[in-house]
Design a protein around this ligand. Sequence first.
Ligand SMILES: O=C([O-])CC(=O)C(=O)O
Length: 167
Amino acid sequence: MSPEASAGESMDADFTTCDLYDADESLQSLSLQLLNLGGRVRFTGRIRTISCYRDNGLVKELLNSPGEGSVLVVDGAGSVDSALIGDLIAASAIENGWAGVLIHGAVRDRAELARMDLGVRAMGSNPRKSVKDGLGQIDVPVQFGGVTFVPGATLWSDEDGVLVTAA
Ligand SMILES: O=C([O-])CC(=O)C(=O)O
């Protein structure tokens, strides 16, 4: 696929990360092996971010607002001690037009998430909920797995991995 074709990426996700990387080796590639847990394995969109720790108040709030095809990157500090989304929050993300959620942390309700039309990548799962105090930050650059995720950058995710436009 040509870089011109990739510039017109859309909801139908007509891309592969391997082709994108071959066309542009300046793309950042995530080394962290996040599991594909959503029903939509191939997804792309503009990045929004949240930084939080075992508190998903902001995640719930943001995914309940218009996503306009964006991908929410949640830096949960790599904690898998409690889940940052489950099927209810995922359902509100779909209703609000989000393309996907990529979590440096855990989810719950895996069986449901696998059936939902949403991109979901995370380190793993935990049935324990997070608190909802709303502590954390929205739309700040976050860094993990060798990638800097800047709000407004583009992310592509498929079976092979995750690419992000240069910071
Ligand atoms: O509410 C939560 O913290 C996560 C959850 O169970 C859901 O989204 O269904």
